[in-house]
Structures are given as structure tokens and as C-alpha cells.
Unconditional design. Structure first.
Ligand code: GUN
Length: 279
């Protein structure tokens, strides 16, 4: 028998905890403010941004919305970020990705002050994570750690395999599992004997970006499987990187798509905004 990890429920618990914290902070005269910047109107980005603003409202964080036209220049965007960096009343700055192709994403992420980098994408935040210093942590991998901890799954000493090496998920995921004393292997598209490695995993995190690539032949009996992927199949249904139906019966715990890792990203963004840089 396997247990489905309910990301919707766990993310709701986290948002409720944060809502209480924010209410207590307000009583002491403290307010949190997140600036959300979107350039252009890509439908997927608009959905994410709307959900982030809704979560802010629920938790009690003030959100400032910058909905900029597609033609916005890099200089204009950098100007807005510079102004927000200097504003004492703004704690967090989030630039929704991807940006239009005429804007250099790296320069934009570098422009966000690390103390306001609630997405955890700035090289200073990434570097702090990798050497164990306090800093903001990328929200999706931080959410995976919370799913494991709040499901009573210990990471210490476990064989953890991360499938995928993106800057936003794979690499920080590996660093976080290492910080929790897991034994971590990172696999990717060029890895030889991939299944031999993934079959060693006590905890397998799939963040490879290929629909249903991980089937039961990749998974050890009793493993914990976390699916970070999100795709739409030909019937417009959501699916992950894991072929849930074939994999689930082999696992002890598994996350579904939707309703697994997805809702955790915004919950952890809210946590970053409320709690600031973790000590
Ligand atoms: N685009 C897709 N996911 C994310 C995210 O977590 N943060 C930002 N800023 N943009 C994204």
C-alpha cells in the first residue's frame, strides 16, 4: 500500500500558519510587502502571477503588482527593480519568468538585491545555499523538503536521487537534500545506466521535464517518489514526469500531479516573504 502525499493540504497548512504569523506581526506594527513584476501577458505566467497575488491576500501580505507591456526594455525593467531595491516598505521582489527574449534574464535576476530575492534565484542566494550560509532558497525544492518532513519521511542517511539539473529545481534540490544529510546523486539526460542509479533511490525526485518518463522500471520497491514535472497531455489533462499509475503501486509515498509539489511552490514563496532570510 502506498500513501499519496497531499500537497494541497500541506500547502494550506503552511499558508494558515503564515496567516497567523502575519496577523501577529501586524499587531506589532510590522507589514510584509511583495512586489510582483510580469513583463508581457503569457497566459501561463498570468495564471501563476494571479495565484501568487491571491496567496498574498490570503496570508495577509501586501502585494504590489507591476504588469508591464511586452515591449518594456531591459533598462526600464532594471530601473523598476532598482527603485524597489531601495524601498524600505518592500521586502520581496519577484520577476515572473520567462522574460521576453529581448531582455537578458541573468542581468535582471542579478539586479534584485539578495536581501529581497524571495525566489532564491540570485547567484548570491544560490551560493549561500551551497556553502550552508543563511539565504533565500528556491521555492519548489524548499517545498519538496516540506512535503517530506511534514509526511514524517526522514532524509538523513537516505539514498536520494535527483533526476534533472536545472538551476531552479535540480541543483538546489540536491543542495537541500545534502543539507538534510541525505546521500545525493544528480542524474540528467547524459547519465549512463540511468535506471540502475534511480533504482538505488530511497527518495527519487523527478524534475526532468519529460511527461511520464519515469515508469515502474526506474523505481525501487518501497521508494518515496516526488514528481516535480507538470505537463499537459494530448487530452489537455495535467501529468508529471512520473507515470503515476505504473509507479505508485511500487512506492511507499508518492506525490500526484496536480496536487503534489505544485501548490507548495507558492506556499514556500509566502514563507520566504513572511519569514525573511532563514537563520
Ligand atoms: N516561472 C515559473 N516558475 C517560476 C518561479 O518559481 N518563479 C518565477 N519568478 N518565475 C517562474
Amino acid at each position: 500500500m502506498y500513501t499519496i502525499i497531499d500537497g494541497k493540504k500541506i500547502s494550506q497548512e503552511i499558508k494558515d500558519e503564515l496567516r497567523e504569523k502575519v496577523a501577529a506581526m501586524k499587531e506589532q506594527g510590522m507589514e510584509r510587502t511583495l512586489a510582483v513584476i510580469q513583463v508581457g501577458a503569457a497566459p501561463a505566467s498570468s495564471v501563476y502571477v494571479r495565484n501568487k497575488k491571491k496567496a498574498c491576500e490570503y496570508v495577509g501580505i501586501r502585494s504590489l503588482s507591476y504588469e508591464l507591456p511586452e515591449e518594456t526594455t531591459e533598462e526600464e525593467l532594471l530601473g523598476i527593480i532598482g527603485e524597489l531595491n531601495g524601498r524600505e516598505d518592500v521586502n520581496g521582489i519577484l520577476v515572473q519568468l520567462p522574460l521576453p527574449s529581448h531582455i537578458n534574464e541573468e542581468r535582471v535576476l542579478l539586479a534584485i538585491a539578495p536581501k529581497k530575492d524571495v525566489d532564491g534565484f540570485h547567484p548570491v542566494s544560490v551560493g549561500n545555499l551551497s556553502i550552508g550560509r543563511p539565504g533565500y532558497v528556491s521555492c519548489t525544492p524548499a517545498g519538496v523538503i516540506q512535503l517530506l518532513k511534514r509526511s514524517g519521511i526522514s532524509i538523513e542517511g537516505k539514498e536520494c536521487v535527483v533526476l534533472g539539473r536545472s538551476n531552479i529545481v535540480g541543483k538546489p534540490m540536491a543542495m537541500l537534500l545534502l543539507r538534510e544529510n541525505g546521500t545525493v546523486t544528480v542524474c540528467h539526460s547524459r547519465t549512463k545506466n540511468l535506471k540502475e542509479i534511480t533504482k538505488r533511490a530511497d527518495i527519487l525526485v523527478a524534475a526532468v521535464g519529460r511527461p511520464k518518463m519515469v515508469d515502474e522500471t526506474y523505481v525501487k520497491d518501497g521508494a518515496v517518489v516526488i514528481d516535480v514535472g507538470i505537463h499537459r497531455n494530448a487530452d489537455n489533462k495535467l501529468c508529471g514526469d512520473v507515470d503515476f499509475d505504473s509507479v505508485a503501486p511500487k512506492t511507499s509515498y508518492i506525490t500526484p500531479v496536480p496536487g503534489g509539489v505544485g501548490p507548495m511552490t507558492i506556499a514556500m514563496l509566502m514563507a520566504n516573504c513572511v519569514e525573511g532570510i532563514p537563520g
